[in-house]
Write a protein that binds this ligand. Structure first.
Ligand SMILES: [Ca+2]
Ligand SMILES: [Ca+2]
Ligand SMILES: [Ca+2]
Length: 198
């Protein structure tokens, strides 16, 4: 009798063990899918590049405004107040930008030079000691949905740099956009005046 009971107990225990293992595996599989979401990870990598690029540009523009005697924020002679049009790394349709740069391009490969010809119309080479960057970064995707933009106030020598995030991590979990001090939801804004333009 004792032997039989032991057997029954052993079987029950084995079944319970199996159920626990199956349960744990199910939880692990779900967690792994959530944590190792390849699409989300790629989006996070691009968003991380966007933050890094805008930080680099912000530092370079700050250095330019601080160290050049008569900063020209819009690439044309004289102070023109707020830039008439924004500068984008990508545009669609026929929208003009930066006084004619990339006009009419449905897809664009903007100039990345740092000598006022690039998509940001600032002569970084005027900075004493030379330009702090070798080329002007462009959005890692650079499409109609994801691109960088620049706006400026030539009179007040202020500027704004914008981009849009695509990952859950940066859009919602960390909400970088909600903490940027700018005036546009769903747009990540940095610069000396992130409320200058959308
Ligand atoms: Ca100017
Ligand atoms: Ca914002
Ligand atoms: Ca803004």
């Amino acid at each position: 009798m004792i032997k039989k009971n032991t057997k029954i107990n052993k079987r029950g225990f084995t079944l319970m063990e199996l159920l626990i293992v199956i349960g744990v595996l199910a939880i692990l599989a779900t967690s792994a899918t959530l944590v190792l979401n390849p699409a989300e990870l790629l989006k996070q990598a691009r968003d991380s590049t966007r933050i890094s690029d805008l930080s680099t540009l912000n530092n370079a523009l700050s250095l330019y405004v601080t160290n050049v005697s008569s900063p020209d924020m819009d690439g044309s002679a004289g102070a023109a107040g707020t830039c008439a049009v924004n500068c984008f790394t990508h545009i669609s349709g026929t929208a003009a930008n930066c006084g004619g740069r990339n006009v009419g391009a449905s897809t664009s490969t903007p100039s990345r030079t740092v000598d006022n010809v690039g998509w940001i119309p600032v002569t970084f080479t005027d900075i004493p000691g030379g330009a702090p960057l070798s080329n002007v970064p462009v959005d890692p995707t650079n499409s109609t949905s994801y691109f960088y933009s620049y706006a400026c106030d030539d009179t007040n020598e202020t500027y704004e740099l914008d981009t849009v995030f695509e990952s859950v991590k940066y859009l919602t979990t960390n909400d970088y956009d909600g903490k940027d001090g700018g005036n546009a939801a769903a747009v990540y804004e940095v610069g000396s005046d992130p409320g200058l333009d959308i």
